[in-house]
Ligand binder design. Structure first.
Ligand SMILES: Nc1nc2c(ncn2[C@@H]2O[C@H](COP(=O)(O)OP(=O)(O)OP(=O)(O)O)[C@@H](O)[C@H]2O)c(=O)[nH]1
Length: 194
């Protein structure tokens, strides 16, 4: 079975739950007292997708402003970027839009963009309507899911949707995951959050 290495980076404001999403995906656990990321952290997980193995090389970047200049090191050469916002913080959704602009200007041309509205377990505190975020994601042809790292909602689905958008390796092409095109729309298979 072919193995493809897919570099993925997580971007977004501090405290939106980037590390928690990665931790939930890789270790299937949640730490309520997780520390802010310093610089970036790296984890991997390999999953089977159709007749390939996708090894996700996951760079979780720090959301604090003082680390922002480091981000290009992590999104450069990435097959996909997961931009995370917190559904209870409108400001984090505005930050997400800035990341989309930056990726469009300086990121890999065919990077797959996934938008994750995290903390969807906190419905009572919602500030960002799901429809607004979905409409925005559709307008930029991005994957969209609302997630809860805490309650393990839609975490695997984000990565499955990324796998779906990675074109099958061309016969003469490499398997490094470096050349990608935006493909079909996200499928309807994921769960609605909460
Ligand atoms: N209720 C709820 N809390 C969450 C969820 N995901 C993360 N948190 C909490 O949000 C806080 C920040 O989570 P982190 O994963 O450290 O956030 P981050 O985006 O990686 O932050 P930086 O590393 O500073 O960029 C922690 O207290 C988490 O326990 C979630 O899905 N629901």
């Amino acid at each position: 079975m072919a193995l493809r290495e897919l570099k993925v980076c997580l971007l977004g404001d501090t405290g939106v739950g980037k590390s928690s999403i990665v931790w939930r995906f890789v270790e299937d656990s949640f730490d309520p007292n997780i520390n802010p990321t310093i610089g970036a952290s790296f984890m991997t997980k390999t999953v089977q997708y159709q007749n390939e193995l996708h090894k996700f090389l996951i760079w979780d970047t720090a959301g604090q402003e003082r680390f922002r200049a480091l981000a290009p090191m992590y999104y450069r050469g990435s097959a996909a970027a997961i931009i995370v916002y917190d559904i209870t913080k409108e400001e984090s959704f505005q930050t997400l839009k800035n990341w989309v602009k930056e990726l469009r200007q300086h990121g890999p041309p065919n990077i797959v963009v996934a938008i994750a509205g995290n903390k969807c377990d906190l419905l009572d505190a919602r500030e960002v309507p799901e429809k607004d975020a979905k409409d925005y994601a559709d307008s930029i042809h991005a994957i969209f899911v609302e997630t809860s790292a805490k309650n393990a909602i839609n975490i695997n689905e984000v990565f499955i949707e990324i796998s779906k958008r990675i074109p099958v390796a061309e016969a003469a092409g490499g398997t490094s995951g470096k050349a990608f095109k935006l493909g079909r729309q996200a499928s309807e298979s994921r769960r609605t959050c909460c």
